[in-house]
Ligand binder design. Structure first.
Ligand code: SF4
Length: 218
């Protein structure tokens, strides 16, 4: 099956599974708070992030509070998050730059966002796609990468390579859906360990799924 044809089937099936895919990050009310949640979620599960963000936003509710935060105070509330020391520094610096250069507003172009400390293509596009359906790029995390490789939509290992391959396969107007659908599918069906291939609607077009049908013991 040609890659483009397979990509279409994947999209159709994932839309059936997740007709309105949404982020599982909680406790945020403003664009700025959402950006903070996404930055914290790098190399950390959403569940772990959700455990701390209530306290984080009660102590540091907005860009001014983060810009003026004492790094040690911030580290204390973020200590259960992976790389909390680096993330604390990035959050403070990013907030100071937003105030100084962007009138306290978050820029809405990927090219500006990725210049801020702690923000790469993935974080920028999760933010832009989730809130604005912006379609400036496809965000690739560990779930998106794994699902795309297992389904042979890419053979790249680096997130940039995977996102460029996916961006070639999917209509730009649908890019905002790819990350959310692939993340949910990777989190709950095509899991890293023990993917649920028997229940997967894509098991007829997936090498791993077809292998498992032939040899259920694998
Ligand atoms: S068949 Fe298995 S490996 Fe393939 S996409 Fe489905 S869950 Fe993932």
């Amino acid at each position: 099956m040609r890659k483009r044809e397979k990509a279409k089937i994947v999209f159709k099936e994932l839309q059936k599974l997740y007709p309105q895919p949404k982020t599982e990050l909680e406790n945020w009310e403003t664009e700025f708070q959402f950006l903070v949640c996404i930055m914290l979620s790098a190399q950390t599960t959403d569940v772990q992030v959700n455990k701390v963000t209530k306290e984080v936003f009660s102590k540091f509710p907005d860009v001014d509070a983060f810009a003026n935060a004492d790094v040690e105070d911030l580290e204390k509330v973020l200590h259960s998050i992976n790389f909390y020391k680096t993330k604390s520094k990035h959050l403070i610096k990013m907030s100071q730059i937003l105030i100084k250069d962007f009138d306290s507003k978050i820029p809405l172009f990927e090219k500006d966002l990725v210049k801020l400390p702690g923000i790469g293509k993935k974080t920028a596009n999760v933010f832009l796609n989730e809130l604005f359906h912006s379609n400036q790029g496809i965000a690739v995390d560990t779930h998106v990468s794994r699902v795309a490789r297992r389904l042979e939509l890419t053979n790249k290992k680096d997130p940039l390579g995977v996102s460029l391959d996916l961006e070639k396969l999917y209509e730009k107007e649908n890019w905002y859906l790819i990350n959310s659908m692939f993340v949910l599918f990777g989190r709950y069906v095509c899991k890293a360990r023990k993917p649920l291939c028997e229940d997967c609607p894509l098991n007829d077009i997936c090498k791993v799924g077809l292998e498992k049908k032939k040899n259920p013991q694998v």
